[in-house]
Design a protein around this ligand. Structure first.
Ligand code: TXA
Ligand code: MG
Length: 336
């Protein structure tokens, strides 16, 4: 398949909508990561997403809308607490799991009776959804198992020749995927942390952070979000997260290091006294979120085999960074 490369201008938006109306798959920019979009209500179109991505078919897709009124088309019920979240965080990097309406096919919901709904804030994503006139199912636009794409080049590396078109919308501003939440007994359960953080959601209702956010779920655990059971965000290198302050990090890595060790650090100061290649994430949680997936791809491109990473904060936006990094490390963490 020859993949068309589209820009963010209005002719490109029209072309993307035309291809999507024909049941094709188009990669589109969003504020979190690029998405691999198709008509959420068209079974054949959604199947093409799974093929392009190489994704297990029991993993449900998020459905993207351009207008809050679409919540009522896709969900059979929108509780008061969901409306409050929508009021505050939509458009934005938040996905709400709600009971699905009959129009949402099983391929989209991965056979579940719920549907994840998100209204992106990225203007190009919104214009494309509006031009289509239907909601778009879209997982992250990476090949299954590799880091989510946060730039046009990442998408092109993974999807060229596999999809009808890629819309180049530049770099994603958030850099990690949306916060995924569901509702239970008046509480908000965080299934996947993101830029909309626990502290902000707590202002709406009591929150619970799902066990799968911080730990590897055991094989027999109840999995509320199928995506959590899959190996994810995996770079080729063997990554270890090193918990502790900068001095502890330097001491630990100094002892463990050999010739093919590389470091994933907040800033190059962290590497003082360590003679190793490194990639910087930035010192604030927001910067770390924005840079994480590029950093993981860069480490692969540099041929990194063994990587020691500094451990992000486990609160605020940092929790989202930690959640992705610990998966990239296959849950390998040490306390230095
Ligand atoms: O920011 C994002 O959310 C990006 C952009 C493109 O919008 N999308 C994204 O999609 O990250 P994906 O498919 O890579 O991740 C969706 C996650 C998966 O872990 C999936 O299991 C979970 O959301 N999910 C989707 N629908 C669900 C449902 N009905 N119940 C529970 N979990 C659901
Ligand atoms: Mg993904």
């Amino acid at each position: 398949m020859v993949t068309e490369i589209l820009g963010a201008d209005s002719a490109s938006v029209r072309r993307a909508a035309e291809l999507l109306s024909q049941g094709q798959v188009v990669a589109i920019p969003t504020e979190t990561v690029y998405g691999l979009a198709a008509n959420a209500l068209d079974e054949a179109a959604v199947k093409r997403i799974f093929e392009a991505k190489g994704r297990p078919s029991d993993n449900p897709l998020i459905v993207h809308i351009a207008d809050k009124a679409q919540l009522y088309d896709l969900a059979s019920e929108v509780p008061e607490i969901a409306l409050k979240c929508a009021e505050r965080f939509m458009p934005g990097p938040l996905t709400m799991i709600l009971p699905k309406a009959d129009c949402v096919p099983d391929v989209t919901s991965g056979g579940l009776d719920t549907v994840g709904i998100r209204m992106p804030s990225h203007p190009v994503a919104r214009e494309i959804i509006k031009a289509c006139g239907f909601a778009l199912a879209a997982p992250s636009a990476n090949l299954s198992g590799s880091p989510s794409p946060t730039s046009f080049r990442h998408v092109k590396d993974d999807m060229d020749g596999r999809v009808a078109a890629i819309v180049d919308g530049g770099d994603c501003s958030v850099g990690v995927e949306s916060t995924v939440i569901c509702f239970e007994n008046g509480r908000i359960r965080i299934l996947r942390p993101g830029f909309v953080c626990d502290e902000e959601l707590s202002e709406i209702a009591e929150t619970v952070i799902d066990k799968g956010v911080l730990e590897q779920l055991s094989a027999d655990a109840v999995v509320r979000s199928p995506g959590m059971k899959y190996k994810h965000y995996a770079p080729k290198a063997d990554v270890t997260v090193v918990e502790g302050d900068v001095k502890a990090f330097r001491d630990y890595v100094g002892k463990k290091m050999d010739t093919n060790t590389m470091l994933l650090v907040f800033s190059k100061d962290d590497c003082e006294g360590l003679d190793a290649g490194y990639v910087e994430l930035g010192t604030t949680a927001e910067e770390q979120a924005q840079n994480l997936f590029t950093a993981l791809r860069t480490l692969d491109e540099m041929g990194a085999q063994k990587v020691y990473a500094r451990c992000p904060e486990k609160s605020g936006v940092g929790l989202a960074v930690y959640n992705r990094l610990i998966r990239a490390a296959g849950f390998k963490a040490v306390k230095a």
